[in-house]
Ligand binder design. Structure first.
Ligand SMILES: [Zn+2]
Ligand SMILES: [Zn+2]
Length: 117
């Protein structure tokens, strides 16, 4: 097997990961992104020349590629959370994702109702 190690690309990955993690606050629950956020409140950043949402990166570091067929959902509902965990940022199916968000919208509406009445 011809395994040629590209030291420069390993250095770029290591640097990118350090630049990411120094902006993350680890708490016992959420791991909170303190870098740039977009208009929707999601963290955004770059890594080895690509643009990503911050919560995607811990999965990318583990070899995962962002794909529409398996979106990452914020189970904890904290858009700045980047913790790869079943109670925080976790992959779901696209149809499961739509129904989860439909339910969240319904619950939010119901709460607003009770608040008013
Ligand atoms: Zn979280
Ligand atoms: Zn979601």
């Amino acid at each position: 097997m011809n395994m040629k190690i590209n030291l420069r690309s390993i250095e770029r990955m290591a640097e990118g990961q350090v630049r990411f993690w120094i902006l993350v606050e680890i708490t016992p629950s959420c791991w909170i992104w303190h870098g740039t956020v977009d208009g929707n409140g999601y963290g955004v950043t770059s890594y080895t020349g690509g643009h990503y949402q911050a919560h995607q990166l811990p999965y990318v570091f583990g070899g995962w590629t962002p794909k529409r067929t398996m979106p990452l959902h914020h189970v904890c509902l904290n858009r700045r959370c980047v913790r790869p965990h079943s109670e925080h940022v976790f992959p779901v199916t696209p149809s499961g994702h739509s129904s989860i968000h439909a339910r969240i919208r319904r619950d939010t509406k119901r709460k607003e109702w009770f608040k008013d009445g």
